[in-house]
Design a protein around this ligand. Structure first.
Ligand SMILES: NC(=O)c1ccc[n+]([C@@H]2O[C@H](COP(=O)([O-])OP(=O)(O)OC[C@H]3O[C@@H](n4cnc5c(N)ncnc54)[C@H](O)[C@@H]3O)[C@@H](O)[C@H]2O)c1
Length: 309
């Protein structure tokens, strides 16, 4: 047997018999990110409970997950429709919903939080979960901009707490940032890395620093683009063209800001600026704040830097 065939057989048998340490997954928050995380976990063989504050919200999330799974199936099984249907049905069978976070945490190997970006609200949730979940349950936050250490401080399990930062849209974006705080144990970190691989993501390791890796680079980049616009160095359109054709970026900084939401961008910058007032890279631009105050939030409001139909 050649080396490559042997390697392939070994890797097949090890994945086919592999026992997942984090099989039962509870995702709290069924919005944009939580739905995507729940979908990817279900389609990769995990048992998933998706939690939100009301039944109608959960029904909407389940419908959007079904649609998204159908899109994945169409691509993945383009020449075998019945396999595609089976993929969707089996993924959905592994997904349940619940309006009680505490009840859902009782049988979870890991709880992933994807609720509103507010440290106090996240701390309150984890404080309640800490009492409800077995001591072996790992906790993770999908926060984009808050400190994992600050969120974990509300619990008695700082060693079993880390960050799992997914990217939008979760089923499409390959990256998963795994954040370890100074308290995250090796065992927790290793299980989270393995979980990320089981989800089919490319994992990277980050320290608990503002914005981790991607947003720490992207947010100041967007801020600098706004400052260029304020100074009148070039038009928004030309700056976007420049970064797409000159740097090979798929979107220019203004297209990206409109996609992310100008309000979200200001919110992140203001949070970091408050915590690190001496870092000029974190200072929100006046123009950005003005656009937000006028209700120009980007694609979602129909107008941001650009106008949308
Ligand atoms: N949107 C992005 O591109 C993106 C990317 C990476 C990380 N994040 C982070 O992910 C988190 C969620 O972002 P989103 O864009 O999915 O938000 P979203 O507003 O789309 O969804 C949040 C959901 O959480 C629910 N919720 C709020 N409080 C709750 C509670 N106490 N219990 C249960 N459910 C609750 C809301 O009803 C809502 O359905 C935030 O921390 C955000 O910073 C967002």
């Amino acid at each position: 047997m050649s080396f490559s065939v042997l390697t392939a057989v070994r890797s097949f048998s090890s994945t086919s018999t592999m026992k997942m340490a984090l099989k039962n997954v509870t995702v709290i928050g069924s919005g944009l990110m939580g739905s995507g995380i729940a979908q990817v976990a279900a389609q990769t063989g995990h048992n998933v409970t998706l939690v939100d504050v009301s039944e109608p919200i959960l029904q909407k999330a389940t419908a959007s997950i079904k649609k998204s799974l159908e899109r994945v199936a169409k691509k993945k099984y383009s020449d075998n429709a019945s396999e595609g249907e089976k993929f969707v049905a089996e993924s959905l069978k592994r997904l349940t919903t619940n309006t009680s976070a505490e009840a859902s945490a009782k049988s979870a190997d890991i709880v992933i939080e994807a609720i509103v970006e507010n440290v106090k609200v996240k701390q309150d949730l984890f404080k309640a979960l800490d009492k409800a979940a077995p001591s072996s349950t790992l906790f993770a936050s999908n926060t984009s901009s808050l400190s994992i250490t600050d969120i974990a401080s509300a619990t008695q399990r700082k060693d079993r707490f880390g960050g799992l930062h997914f990217f939008n849209p979760v089923p499409v974006m390959k990256l998963l940032e795994v954040i370890r705080t100074v308290d995250t144990s090796d065992d927790t970190y290793n299980k989270m890395m393995e979980f990320g691989k089981n989800l089919g993501k490319q994992t990277i390791t980050c320290k608990d620093t503002p914005g981790f890796v991607v947003n720490r680079l992207l947010v100041p980049y967007m801020g600098e683009a706004m400052r260029m616009l304020e100074r009148g160095d070039a038009t928004a359109k030309d700056i976007d063209i420049a970064m797409k054709l000159g740097a090979g970026y798929p979107m220019g900084p203004f297209e990206l800001m409109d996609y992310v939401g100008l309000d979200t961008t200001v919110f992140i910058m203001e949070g970091w600026h408050e915590k690190y007032p001496d870092n000029p890279l974190f200072e929100p631009s006046k123009l950005l704040k003005k656009l937000v105050s006028e209700g120009k939030l980007g694609k979602k409001s129909g107008e941001g830097i650009y106008k949308y139909d």
